[in-house]
Design a protein around this ligand. Structure first.
Ligand code: ADP
Ligand code: MG
Length: 383
């Protein structure tokens, strides 16, 4: 899969980051005075700025044949130092492993890093219990293999093979879901930076990684633990733990910006009042921590109440308001969509959500219209 996509097509549900942010990447490249490491599209400083934003500063560049100025938006929130450490790791000889709870933007960060550094975030392997050696290294086009015997033409490269060949980053999602023997295939690839192809002879029998090659893996703490990773592989990766956002103000800003962006993408114009978004983020914080800002203890649902889920709820609530309401987001829409997030596979979670409504939401509803609408929507909570 050596595909790269340059154009944004209105038909695409979700274009890759290098396409979504093509204009920002062009602005950064035009203003990038820093030294570029071999194989990198941008300097480390520009990569960092792509991820944490230009703080409102507009960068001059030529886009679509016209002179223009572009502001680089903030994409990852909460930990600029983590972003720097990730970039430094990728400059070195070790791969990067992002670990953390689900929904802490590990995949997003790996996509943004590959888009900025290699201009391509599509070279990726999804780890599953069934991932095989071939999916990591290469396989064969059997028709050609039978007709001509092993040849470079008959070899079907994996995304990792392509990344080594092109000197690019490869993403490995949910690496700890793979069997340990499969994970260990990576050990020699990462230490030698070369892949043996014993079926081919001469110089085709070994592929040396080009400058710019490295690996970004992700692992969720809620899946089978990282503990099951072999120590040989652990030594070849730098671990970075991505923590959930701890600052409510920042989470609120993120939810607002991302919801607005998703709605713009769907071509919808919906009012998302600040107090409704505040209610949503407050509810997520209360349920995530099992305690409200006022100190009331509430039972935590078993599902992860991540920021990614908060964005998903606010987006669907806004769609609900757009298509079944009067284009104004209200507390009731949030309540209806919250159900799908909280109620996954544990039937006790509905009781926990009801308790939260009876103990916390009801009281807040006495002095606030949005909380009152939110409380009234508990009629949707059938067990
Ligand atoms: N610190 C953060 N900065 C930006 N977005 C975040 C952050 N934490 C969570 N998100 C949300 O998470 C979404 C991406 O989640 P994802 O990368 O799939 O998480 P993970 O791979 O950790 O499970 C983002 O689109 C955003 O809505
Ligand atoms: Mg992920």
């Amino acid at each position: 899969m050596s595909t790269t996509i340059k154009e944004k097509s209105p038909r695409m549900v979700r274009p890759p980051a290098e396409v979504v942010y093509a204009e920002e990447l062009s602005a950064l490249a035009a203003n990038d005075a820093g030294p570029k490491p071999p194989g990198w599209r941008l300097s480390p400083r520009a990569v960092r700025q792509f991820i944490v934003g230009s703080d409102g500063a507009a960068l001059a560049h030529t886009w679509d044949g016209k002179k223009t100025r572009t502001v680089v938006t903030q994409k990852f929130y909460g930990d600029d130092a983590l972003v720097e450490r990730c970039i430094v790791t990728l400059l070195g000889n070790r791969g990067l492993l992002l670990v953390g709870e689900p929904g802490t933007a590990k995949s997003m960060l790996s996509e943004l890093l590959s888009a900025a550094i290699s201009g391509n975030s599509l070279l990726g392997i999804q780890g599953t219990a069934g991932t095989t050696d071939d999916q990591i290294k290469y396989s064969w086009n059997y028709a050609l293999l039978l007709a001509e015997g092993p040849s470079p033409r008959a070899l079907v490269p994996s995304p990792l093979y392509t990344a080594m060949k092109n000197g690019a980053l490869v993403r490995f999602e949910e690496i700890t879901r793979c069997q340990p023997e499969i994970q260990d295939t990576l050990v020699s690839l990462l230490s030698d930076k070369a892949m043996q192809v014993p079926e081919l002879s001469g110089s085709d029998g070994v592929l040396f990684a080009g400058k710019g090659f490295n690996l970004i893996a992700t692992a969720n703490l809620r899946d089978r633990g990282v503990h099951e990773m072999s120590s040989a592989l652990k030594r070849r990766l730098n671990f970075e733990t991505v923590a959930p956002l701890s600052d409510k103000v920042m989470e609120l800003k993120l939810v607002k910006e991302q919801t607005d962006a998703l709605l713009r993408e769907s071509g919808l114009n919906i009012e998302c009042p600040a107090d409704v978004l505040d209610l949503l983020v407050t509810t997520f914080n209360d349920l995530r921590h099992g305690r409200t800002a006022e100190g009331t203890v509430v039972e935590k649902p078993s599902t992860v109440m991540s920021t990614a889920e908060a964005v998903a709820v606010s987006h669907s609530a806004a769609l609900d308001a757009a298509y079944f309401g009067n284009a104004r987001l209200e507390g009731g829409h949030v309540a209806r969509q919250l159900l799908g997030t909280v109620l996954k596979d544990n039937p006790d979670d509905i009781k926990r959500l009801r308790q939260y409504f009876d103990v916390v939401v009801k009281v807040r509803g006495k002095d606030s219209k949005v909380w009152q609408q939110f409380y009234e929507a508990r009629k949707w909570f059938r067990a």
